[in-house]
Write a protein that binds this ligand. Structure first.
Ligand code: PCA
Length: 215
């Protein structure tokens, strides 16, 4: 049986016309990577509804690997997120007007979950192939962290299903509206994600490489 890789991107938010996370993952929809079928889904930028849609997709597809992708305007590299924390603290309202402040994603849930992706091996492979990539120590406290935490919580008893989150920079079209901010072409992000999926599927044990930060 062909196993599925689930990739998610987000709808536009914060006044943007597009979200490069959806542009990049939708370009991989229907392709095959390392013998797996890729399915892409778009999530709303909304606390609660985003996770409901994600949980439905997990139930329907029973994927072997899940990578959720979101836009992080201002970042210069693909950020392989290490950890999801159990807090919603929104600086701006979501697309439905909700703005939770210091509310847990899951009441009584653990403080945090680590990504189960081999983030070090992925960063190494991406850098070696010329893609800008880093391991990030925070996915923020907005809808992306909310989805990342909810994803890891939903899969907490299915450790065999690898899952995690990648933040991506603005696209050049977006960055032109925010002078001075870095960007990466959507096509480049798409190719980087294709490689990231391949490495995640082919790496059993993560590499022991330094990719920490002092701050
Ligand atoms: N980025 C936001 C939410 C949706 C997205 O693409 C975030 O980083 O939380």
């Amino acid at each position: 049986m062909t196993r599925t890789v689930l990739l998610t991107g987000f709808q536009p938010f914060g006044g943007e016309q597009v979200n490069p996370s959806w542009q990049a993952v939708s370009a991989l929809h229907g392709t095959r990577i390392a013998g797996h079928r890729v399915v892409a889904r778009e999530l709303p930028v909304a606390f609660g509804a985003s996770l409901k849609a994600l949980r439905a997709a997990l139930r329907d597809m029973r994927p072997a690997l899940v990578i959720c992708v979101g836009q992080a305007g201002g970042r210069a590299q693909l950020s392989l997120e290490r950890v999801a924390i159990n807090i919603d603290d929104a600086r701006i309202p979501d697309n439905t007007g909700q703005q939770p402040v210091d509310v847990p994603v899951v009441a009584e849930g653990p403080a945090a979950y680590f990504s189960t992706l081999p983030v070090k091996a992925m960063r190494h492979a991406l850098s070696a192939a010329g893609f800008p990539a880093e391991v990030s120590q925070t996915a923020g406290t907005y809808v992306c962290n909310h989805v990342f935490y909810g994803l890891m919580h939903a899969l907490r008893r299915q450790r065999i299903v690898r899952a995690g989150f990648i933040h991506i920079p603005y696209s050049p079209a977006q960055a032109s509206m925010h002078p001075g901010t870095p960007s990466v072409a959507v096509e480049t992000v798409t190719e980087a994600l294709r490689l990231a999926v391949k490495v995640a599927l082919n790496t059993r044990m993560d590499a022991r490489l330094a990719a920490g930060a002092e701050h």
